[in-house]
Design a protein around this ligand. Structure first.
Ligand code: FAD
Length: 473
């Protein structure tokens, strides 16, 4: 353990250089704060850049291009030697990460943020001790905790060389057979990546449905592709034992009381993430930690100790990079005396499967669970000109509104470019748009964006391209 001897003082310290922490540091510096950012890794960018969003989307894009080229056969396009070179792809992915990490480091430097390498731990309400650093400790007026999250382990695979998302994204090899434990977004995205790279993939999910939390109308569309691409897709199935045998893995699982064993070359465990709040001395600073390990915060992202704020994966809500970044801006503005609040009506979520699935605001399941009546409008991509021109008609747009006021409450999309199209819906919800606002906004033709307008027309009962009456649930 390396310990420096120097103690520093600063106005604001940010702990963690992920999309929460580095954005908070930049915004605070722009608002005139003196900022030190402590990061234990060699590079800034956090899980999102180094082992999450960016490497996964690079691999997903490569596989998507491959499938697009294959699907183009229906349009008369043929490619004779279509293949994925895993080594070249790995290098490309690494170059993407390196460039973005350098760019982020450059932004911090140009704004005068001092980046200190080391592992921080509170040793009081206004001081940190650093390990593995040239700096022994930092005294601060304000601290922003942005230490993020780490992969959740399962006892069954303890001490076995199974992959987590981190190893899978390094692309060490393309196993002939891969078993993915977990049908959440990370398991589904990475399962489809490896299936696209040539692995025979079995995906096992404990719950009856995939992608819990997403609208099941939309999930069904993704499940159709996954069933085609995966060797097997098992829901309601519990993995009961994992053993290592002759360099392979013997995995036993149980569905409806029936045991079944499969032998695979690799196992990828993707069962969730836990916040990094247990080893950073929060008790020494007097910061309350919830039973779930998350840090309760107010609208300004302040913990119960008002000069210690928390953002990103360590706070309640979805563990997503854009939520972390928005909170980072709010926290920086709050400590700078600005009237900022994390009061967003919706945090969009995207699953980068094929097709992509995205939603924002209320889902139909949530409305039902809360006993809330809603108006729902669905528009299938099969009725949309642009989807036809692309040969991509498997998907839909779904709009959820209040039946009385017709205020837009939620939008779900499944289909190509859903990840890009969902931003319009988020803006509409933030702006308090009604079905009429969406339906009367001219959307360019022929584009996929028309699906959102068409779904709003269905919900408002004014659809012309399909004959349906609006449904109330
Ligand atoms: P992190 O990004 O986790 O950053 C925390 C940083 O703090 C790390 O760099 C860590 O080294 C550092 N740190 C921790 N403890 C200390 C300490 N004591 N001292 C100093 N430094 C410390 N989100 C999306 O929005 N879209 C996606 O497509 C997406 N895809 C994902 C795919 C995968 C495979 C994974 C794993 C995650 C994905 N996520 C995605 C989630 C996203 O990565 C996280 O929500 C986001 O990174 C959280 O940001 P953060 O700033 O809170 O923390």
């Amino acid at each position: 353990m390396v310990m420096g001897s120097l103690r520093q003082r600063t106005e604001t310290v940010v702990i963690g250089g992920g999309p929460g922490g580095y954005v908070a540091a930049l915004r605070a510096a722009d608002l005139g704060r003196e900022v030190v950012l402590v990061e234990e890794r060699e590079a800034v960018g956090g899980v999102c850049l180094l082992e999450g969003c960016i490497p996964s989307k690079t691999l997903i894009h490569a596989v998507e291009v491959f499938h697009t080229a294959e699907d183009a056969r229906q349009m008369g396009l043929t490619f004779s030697d279509l293949a994925i070179d895993a080594d070249a792809l790995r290098s490309f992915k690494q170059s993407v990460l390196d460039k973005l990490a350098q760019g982020t480091a450059g932004l911090l430097k140009s704004r005068g943020v001092e980046v200190v390498k080391g592992r921080a731990r509170f040793d009081g309400a206004s001081s940190l001790a650093l390990e593995g650093s040239d700096v022994a400790g930092i005294e601060f007026q304000n601290a922003i905790v942005a230490t993020g999250s780490r992969v959740a382990q399962i006892p069954l695979t303890k001490d076995l060389p199974v992959w987590t998302s981190r190893e899978a994204l390094e692309l060490p090899t393309v196993p002939e057979t891969l078993l993915v434990v977990g049908g959440g977004y990370i398991g589904m995205e990475l399962g489809l990546v490896y299936a696209g790279l040539g692995s025979r993939v079995t995906l096992v999910e404990l719950l009856p449905t995939l992608l819990t939390g997403a609208d099941q109308d939309l999930v069904r569309v993704v499940a159709r592709t996954a069933k085609r691409r995966f060797e097997e897709l098992l829901t309601d199935t519990r993995v009961t034992a994992v053993e290592r045998r002759a360099g392979r893995f013997l995995v036993t699982m149980e569905k409806d009381g029936d045991p079944k064993t499969v032998e695979v070359d690799q196992v990828l465990v993707a069962v969730g993430r836990v916040p990094n709040t247990d080893e950073i001395g929060l008790d020494k600073a007097g910061v309350s930690v919830g039973d779930d390990g998350l840090l309760p915060v107010d609208a300004q992202c302040r913990t119960n100790v008002p000069h210690i704020l928390a953002i990103g994966d360590v706070t309640p809500g979805p563990m997503l990079a854009h939520k972390a970044s928005r909170q980072g801006k709010v926290a920086a503005e709050a400590i700078s005396g600005h009237p900022a609040a994390f009061d967003n009506r919706s945090v969009p979520a995207v699953v980068f499967t094929d097709p992509e699935l995205a939603w924002t605001g209320l889902t139909e399941e949530e409305a039902k669970r809360d006993g809330r009546q809603v108006t729902v409008g669905r528009f299938p991509l099969s009725a949309l000109g642009r989807a036809r021109t692309m040969g991509r008609t498997d998907g839909m747009a779904k709009v959820i509104a209040d039946p009385e006021s017709e205020l837009l409450l939620g939008v779900g999309l499944v289909g190509p470019h859903a990840s890009e199209l969902i931003a319009e819906a988020s803006l509409a919800i933030e702006m308090g748009a009604t079905l009429e606002d969406l339906a009367a906004t001219i959307h360019p033709h022929p584009t996929l964006s028309e699906a959102v307008m068409e779904a709003a027309e269905v919900a408002a009962g004014s659809a012309v391209h399909i004959s349906v009456s609006k449904s109330k649930t």
